[in-house]
Ligand binder design. Structure first.
Ligand code: 26W
Length: 789
């Protein structure tokens, strides 16, 4: 087979793979090989694969230590990894061998074993999944790149749908099952301080003492590259009380209080905050941010010190990327380490700090921009507040020098938003602390430059503000989740999968086959098989049968008003009413559709949850109506996750990206579907709904009248459209329906549809996260590949 020779694995030969699995059955999970269920088999296989990863991980880290190249660190509060086994096997090129070994042990259906793994759902949506794609690409491109995050004991909540159609949240205790993919490192630990007091000594230094200390302990997750031995590290921090429990309280005879204090330390990494694109100012969230950032910087500086180089060279060995503003406290924290702990003069410390950090902005929505109240900072991080005020002072002096007597500008640009209380603007702190700021798509980066950061572009000049268009990993999102398409591509492009999988621009080679009817047929067959695979999953989990010759129309993403799932479901109701008004003969001509929704709403987001409820109740009515059988089916797929996406996306014909113009920073699932955005120009009309869109007025009336259950439930939602209509649903409704008609027409021409599909895939090369990560490496981090042989 393709690529065994490069692997200095513990066991690679088929017989030794079997041996290694049996070994883990008998020792690691302590069972008998003849008496093992699927979950046990999965775990034994996982431990066997992990042995290979760890050998490669060790060799990679030794190489990095020996060569001492500049390294980059990706600080992200979220890593939405999904499952690991299948991905690791494919990256190692060992999937077939393990499949055979599993068969020998009596497990015929390998996919079933793979599916007994739980998702690592340590992220909300786009930002977290992007981080996961980027560390895959970092390893594949052989870059010395580590991720730093938090080891949440509860990942993204489990979404259930109650009988009335509403979202109900349940916890996701994913670590209750053993996690073979992490390595606990009790020897890698740091104390992180909170509260206490900061006492200035001299004009820039201070001593911060007292308060609470919490222990950060490392858990390492090996990240294998694809068809390379390079294996990088994702280091996740877990919180532990400084000593098992508070000894003072214990000695004072207060056992309960002692245990309580240990509880409060562990609460730090208890749960992922389930808010996406919406800032909620919880103290515990700020504690998470500082805990993770401080531990990561302590680890990074300790590694730097082992090089024996002076701190004046820190930025020649270290680049740190801030994934949104969540880790921005790293800026004053690095200053604190330099100035207070390493005795570096303030100005020099600031120069180095700015060279180290880069900041990526992922949203321009005002409600998502992080601002923390000054009193909270004063209480929790008194030394950092001093540093921020000092930085702000000299920054505003520089602004004043450039634009004398421009008070408005000073107010606008200050790190501190005035008021009662004052707030710290984290995005501004990230900008002044970084050498480079970027948005995540051309249009988004332009909006960053011309709107939220305009004053800063004027101050620093435009070269500080760049763009890195997001990307997705073709390993997970093509090869792994769509094996049928992957094989077809490989056979069409000359038989070596690694060629296109590691250089996605090679997909353009498909275009020369686009007129070949045999190729078109195979392409369409793959889609049909993917629809059948998905339909089977839906029948098993939801008991609904899907018409696999229908057009599969998908909108999967977090529920948010700006993303306008509302526009979609209102359009579905319009379609339903239209079909109902047709006679049988006309109905037979309608292009059949399966409309699929998926996504979670933040638990406190009332309007988003109301839209979920509406979608489910519309689905109930439509799916139960015999007139619509096989013509229109609507489903809300519960608990949308990475693993559900892997089944659903390959089955789709179109994907809807219908957010209000300028609100979606990039979108990355659009790349997974390879279908274009539908974007329009909007205008605000202060006129009645009937005037703006008679068609929408009818739809709203039907909802209000109770066609989908008690209409009064939906009044608050209907009112957002009738009055104000901030998200311009009524402005776009008619042209949205027009676009949907065009889709129906286009779908009827099967050959041209398949050709569109082939073209879309062929031109996806740019959207590989390999291209994106190399862009960061070259233009933002100045790091180079270090290949392990
Ligand atoms: C503080 C609360 C909070 C939490 C998460 C604010 C903002 C966020 C994220 C930055 C939101 C997010 O995931 N943004 C998405 O980032 C993706 C990756 O760049 C983009 O593709 C999406 O368009 C953007 O919404």
């Amino acid at each position: 087979s393709v690529w065994k020779s490069g692997l200095r694995a513990v066991e690679t030969e088929e017989t030794s793979i079997t041996k290694s699995i049996v070994h883990h059955v008998q020792t690691t999970i302590a069972r008998q090989a003849y008496n093992i269920d699927e979950e046990g088999a999965y775990r034994a296989i996982a431990y066997s694969v992990r042995d290979n990863l760890i050998v490669n991980w060790n060799d990679t880290q030794m190489l990095y230590t020996r060569k001492a190249p500049k390294r980059a660190y990706y600080l992200s509060l979220e890593f939405l990894m999904g499952r690991t086994l299948d991905n690791a096997l494919l990256n190692l090129g060992l999937k077939e061998d393990y499949q055979k070994a599993a068969r020998k042990l009596g497990f015929e259906d390998f996919e079933e074993l793979v599916e007994s793994e739980r998702d690592a759902a340590l992220g909300n949506g786009g930002l977290g999944r992007l981080a996961a794609c980027y560390i895959d690409s970092g390893a594949t491109c052989e870059l010395p790149l580590w991720g730093y995050g938090l080891r949440y004991h509860y990942g993204m909540f489990w979404q259930q749908i109650s009988t009335d159609g509403s979202q109900v949240e349940a916890p996701d205790p994913w670590l209750n099952h053993a996690n073979p993919w992490e390595v606990h490192r009790p020897d890698v630990s740091y104390l992180v301080r909170f509260y206490g007091h900061a006492e200035r000594i001299g004009d820039s230094k201070a001593i911060w003492s007292g308060g609470q200390e919490v222990m950060a302990v490392a858990y390492d997750v090996p990240i294998p590259g694809s068809y390379t031995r390079n294996t990088n590290n994702l280091r996740l921090w877990d919180a532990k009380p400084k000593r098992g429990f508070d000894l003072n309280s214990f000695n004072a005879g207060d056992y309960e209080k002692a245990v309580e204090s240990s509880n409060s330390a562990e609460a730090l990494t208890r749960v992922l905050y389930p808010n996406d694109n919406h800032m909620v100012g919880k103290e515990l969230r700020l504690k998470q941010q500082y805990f993770w950032t401080a531990a990561s910087l302590a680890d990074i500086t300790r590694r730097f010190k082992q090089l024996g180089e002076p701190f004046s060279k820190f930025h020649e060995y270290v680049a740190i990327q801030l994934n949104d503003t969540h880790p921005t406290i790293a800026v004053p924290e690095l200053m604190r380490i330099f100035v207070d702990e390493e005795d570096i003069p303030w100005d020099q410390a600031w120069e180095i700090t700015q060279k180290v950090f880069g900041y990526t902005n992922h949203t321009v929505l005002p409600e998502a921009l992080e601002k923390w109240p000054v009193p909270l900072f004063q209480h929790l991080l008194p030394r950092h507040l001093q540093i921020i005020f000092d930085l702000n002072h000299s920054f505003l002096q520089a602004v004043e020098k450039k634009w004398p007597n421009d008070r408005d500008r000073l107010t606008r640009m200050s790190l501190i938003q005035e008021g009662f209380p004052q707030y710290i603007r984290m995005a501004y702190l990230a900008v002044i602390g970084s050498h480079k700021v970027n948005g995540v798509a051309e249009l988004h980066s332009e909006l960053v430059r011309t709107t939220i950061m305009k004053d800063f572009v004027d101050f620093y000049g435009p070269s500080k503000f760049g763009n890195v268009t997001n990307g997705i990993t073709p390993r997970r999102w093509l090869d792994q989740c769509n094996p049928g398409l992957s094989s077809l591509i490989t056979e069409t492009l000359g038989g070596d999968k690694t060629k296109w999988l590691k250089d996605l621009s090679k997909l353009e080679g498909l275009l020369s086959h686009i007129d070949d009817p045999a190729f078109q047929k195979k392409w369409a067959d793959v889609k049909l098989q993917n629809k059948q695979r998905f339909a089977q999953f839906i029948e098993q989990t939801m008991g609904v049968k899907l018409n696999t010759s229908a057009l599969f129309d998908v909108q999967v993403k977090r529920l948010h008003e700006y993303k306008r799932q509302s526009l979609n479901i209102l359009g579905v109701i319009h379609r339903y009413l239209t079909i109902k008004s047709l006679n049988a003969e006309e109905r037979a001509k309608v292009v059949p559709r399966v409309v699929l929704f998926g996504g979670k709403a933040a638990p406190g987001y009332y309007m988003a949850k109301l839209v979920i409820r509406l979608i489910n109740n519309v689905a109930k009515v439509i799916n139960a109506d015999p007139d619509l059988q096989g013509i229109l089916t609507v489903l809300f797929v519960p608990d949308y996750s990475v693993s559900v996406a892997e089944l659903l996306i390959p089955a789709s014909d179109i994907s809807e990206h219908i957010s209000t113009a300028g609100t979606e920073a990039s979108g990355t699932s659009n790349m997974k579907f390879c279908f274009e955005d539908l974007r329009y120009n909007h205008q605000y009309h202060p006129t009645s709904l009937e005037e703006r869109s008679p068609a929408l007025a009818v739809v709203c009336k039907v909802i209000a009248e109770g066609r989908f259950g008690d209409g009064s439930i939906y009044e608050p939602f209907l009112n957002t459209i009738r009055t104000g209509d901030y998200y311009l649903v009524s402005d776009d409704f008619d042209s949205y329906l027009e676009a949907q008609k065009m889709v129906d027409t286009a779908y009827q021409d099967k050959v041209s549809w398949v050709k569109k599909s082939i073209t879309t895939t062929a031109k996806m090369g740019k959207f590989s996260s390999d291209r994106a990560i190399m862009n960061y490496a070259e233009e933002y981090w100045n790091i180079e590949p270090v290949k392990l042989n």
